[in-house]
Design a protein around this ligand. Structure first.
Ligand code: ATP
Ligand code: MG
Length: 364
């Protein structure tokens, strides 16, 4: 049941438990808050009133509950290194020089008067390795890695998202050297002029945290990824914040061939002509390439389930898989070009503009 009466019942219960069993009280406060959120969705005319109350109860519940955040986790995926990523040589070099080496040899960078830190914003079409390279960076550098999806940080309760952001930086400080990786960055670092008042505070909180990061003892690096760079608030793209933007393009011929080879390495195949497959897949993203490999593998696998004979993956399977896979990269370029032109941001994203021009005749 979800009505005002059941909400009041929970609040009463919570009140009763507050002193002797704060955990139980917290549970009831949080339940009541959740119910109010649902009620506010159902009754738009009382939306404001219900959400206000929900916020108050939520904060009360949160306070009572032992302070331990569920949204922040350190994840390490050991097997992903730079070697398991095809292509993107320049990007790897840049990350080595900007992130990994300064943390391995800080005295050398200091000797040459180089400042350490600052953030890197990666942008580019979907499925081209942004998240992958962030994970690999953490492994290569041997640092704690905080993979933050905006959905993990975002809360519909007023003040909660800012608190999550503050908590995240606190956790990273405790675990330094650490990398904080903001995935889907546009969702939390979005343009303030287009955001609600509530969301504007996210960017403000991020700026506060980043500006407080100058002191030398803070070995925290910031990486962010987005496929909507034009939506990221410009204040976040300034020097000392995410001052460096790196374009992560779709893989070129050599990279495609390498990615196919990497993805098929552990599977039973006949001799495959990776050059030929790479030629057929111009404009495909890494994720598209993965789909091709999955599709091709499923053909003999499904056959084997019927025939009980183990047939290896053949070039014919690969050919068929390519024709069945449609890349979404071209749609992304069309949208990206339109948005960047509309917002007159060409100078901020020169690589994107150039790539869009190059791929246009091939893809569109
Ligand atoms: N350069 C690459 N080398 C090997 N695999 C790749 C490469 N690029 C993409 N892939 C494959 O595609 C998948 C998707 O890549 P990833 O999640 O890193 O893309 P992304 O750029 O973060 O996309 P999005 O913008 O949608 O978040 C990876 O898990 C990997 O299997
Ligand atoms: Mg990603």
């Amino acid at each position: 049941m979800c009505d005002e009466k059941s909400v009041m019942q929970r609040v009463k219960l919570a009140n009763g438990f507050e002193l002797e069993n704060p955990q139980e009280a917290a549970k009831y406060y949080l339940e009541a808050a959740q119910m109010l959120v649902e009620l506010s969705e159902k009754t738009p005319e009382k939306d404001g009133e219900f959400m206000d109350m929900a916020n108050k109860l939520y904060l009360k519940g949160k306070k009572l509950k032992e302070k331990k955040s569920a949204v922040i986790q350190t994840k390490k995926s050991k097997e992903i290194t730079f070697d398991s990523i095809g292509g993107l040589h320049e990007l790897k070099e840049e990350i080595r020089f900007k992130i990994i080496e300064p943390f391995k040899s800080p005295e050398l960078f200091e000797y040459y008067g180089k400042s350490i830190g600052g953030g890197i914003l990666m942008y580019g079409p979907p499925g081209c390795g942004k998240s992958l390279i962030a994970k690999a960076t953490a492994n290569e550098a041997g640092m704690a890695f905080f993979h933050v999806k905006s959905s993990d940080l975002k809360s519909k309760f007023v003040g909660e998202t800012e608190k999550n952001i503050a908590e995240l930086f606190e956790k990273a400080r405790e675990n330094q050297p650490a990398i904080i990786f903001f995935d889907e960055f546009e969702a939390i670092g979005g343009e303030r002029s287009e955001a609600s008042a509530h969301e504007k505070n996210f960017v403000a909180q991020l700026l506060t945290e980043m500006d407080g990061m100058d002191s030398k003892d803070q070995k925290i690096l910031l990486l962010a990824a987005t496929n909507e760079p034009w939506s990221v608030d410009s204040a976040l793209r300034r020097e000392g914040r995410f001052g460096k933007t790196l374009f992560v393009p779709q893989p070129d011929f050599e990279a495609r061939s390498h990615i196919f080879e990497l993805l098929m390495a552990k599977r039973p195949t006949e001799k495959l002509d990776f050059m030929k497959i790479a030629k057929m897949t111009q404009g495909f993203s890494g994720a598209d390439i993965k789909s091709v490999c999955e599709y091709a593998t499923n053909i003999p696998l499904k056959e084997s389930l019927v025939t009980k004979e183990k047939r290896k993956i053949s070039m014919d399977d690969m050919n068929l898989a390519v024709t069945k896979t449609d890349s979404i990269v071209k749609q992304w370029y069309a949208k990206a070009k339109q948005q960047v032109e509309l917002k007159r941001m060409g100078e901020f994203f020169p690589d994107l503009v150039q790539r869009a021009r190059e791929v246009e005749p091939i893809l569109l």
